[in-house]
Design a protein around this ligand. Structure first.
Ligand SMILES: [Zn+2]
Length: 366
């Protein structure tokens, strides 16, 4: 199934400069066991569609650390989607700048507080760029330029749009401050829609949710449906003019876990042109081979153009064997190669599919 253009063509369509890349440095060769992966990276952008590097979303860190960016660079990853869980204003488990630990619990934040907490975390993500550890994934073109210099790009994201507090002006403010992806729902039924996990409740996208989808389309912000219940997902797919992601989770075929997508959902996301991200979650999956079984299931049901990787790095406590704490993304590529996927197909899974979606979303910006 070779339905999508080669990445170079996508680049050309975006009126970008090209997709050549400097040869890998000695340092990166040392840390990547399979040289075939480095070769694939020459022609494909590698993307972690969902992560919390350095736990910047909850820990009291100034920025994502240079060491954490190095974790990505060693595995040839070009983009780390860095997520702020903005529902933490309601359930705690974070540390403030003054060192105060907010324990897990139930909180009733004041108006403005949810936005302010997320804005502070966004500033920390952007500080990573100010410090020169990474570049801002401002646009697909900016990422391609960064690749040529061997730099990693951080793409700031909201995990749960609770931070908007029901006001679209807050979306504009966050966009202006660097936000480039918005996951509408997290662990709370919020102003936009309903969640995938217990306590379940019926209902889909709200009026405000529809307004945010429309404005995200207009701004060129990527939409992520992870953590949305079935009705909310179907409503987002209907409302969005552009492809969307389901950035991180498993597949129902192999697990009853809430955070997995069923075959109907995979088909619907694929029909919309979007991407399903499989995670290396150590509590639900055993090793990289099993993770690739999940990826293969999405390929079987939705096609090679509709799957990717969302690590949830530093958002979960344990990772599959072979991916591990040091996030060996390249092991996933190597396993796909061992199963005789072509270089082009491996490139799509490693991030080419995400990048195609982003180019489409960004080109439609007006
Ligand atoms: Zn999540």
């Amino acid at each position: 199934m070779k339905t999508s253009p080669f990445l170079c063509l996508a680049f050309a369509a975006a009126a970008l400069v090209g997709c050549t890349r400097e040869p890998a440095t000695e340092d990166t060769q040392e840390t990547a066991p399979d040289p075939r992966v480095a070769e694939i990276h020459e022609t494909s952008v590698f993307v972690d569609m969902h992560a919390h590097p350095s736990r910047f979303h909850r820990a009291n860190v100034e920025s994502i650390s240079a060491e954490e960016i190095e974790v990505y660079r060693k595995s040839y990853m070009d983009i780390a989607v860095a997520n702020i869980s903005s529902d933490m204003a309601y359930d705690g488990r974070y540390t403030k700048r003054d060192g105060t630990v907010v324990e897990g619990g139930k909180y009733k934040p004041e108006r403005g507080e949810v936005y302010a907490l997320a804005a502070d975390r966004l500033a920390r993500a952007m500080k990573t760029i100010e410090l020169g550890y990474a570049v801002h994934a401002d646009s697909p073109a900016a990422v391609l330029r960064a690749r040529e210099r061997g730099e990693v790009a951080v793409l700031p994201a909201l995990e749960g749009a609770d931070a908007l507090e029901g006001d679209v002006e807050n979306l504009y403010r966050m966009y202006d401050n660097g936000l480039r992806l918005i996951q509408l729902v997290h662990f709370r039924n919020n102003e936009l829609g309903h969640m995938q996990t217990w306590p379940y409740s019926p209902g889909g996208l709200t009026e405000f949710g529809r307004e945010v989808v429309k404005e995200a389309n207009r701004l060129g912000l990527i939409i992520d449906m992870a953590h949305s219940n079935h009705e909310t997902m179907m409503d987002i797919l209907e409302a969005s003019e552009h492809p969307v992601l389901f950035s991180h989770g498993g597949v129902r075929e192999f697990t009853d876990h809430d955070r997995a997508v069923n075959d109907d959902e995979i088909r619907a996301i694929a029909a919309n042109g979007g991407v399903v991200g499989i995670w290396p979650h150590g509590r639900h999956l055993s090793d990289v081979a099993e993770m690739v079984d999940y990826i293969e299931h999405v390929i079987k049901v939705g096609g090679i153009d509709h799957v990717g990787i969302g690590s949830d790095l530093r958002g979960i406590s344990t990772y599959v064997v072979g991916f591990d704490e040091d996030a060996k993304f390249h092991a996933v590529a190597a396993e796909l190669l061992n199963r005789e996927y072509s270089s082009e197909d491996v490139g799509k899974v490693m991030g080419g599919n995400f990048f195609r979606v982003w180019v489409a979303v960004a080109l439609a910006k007006n």
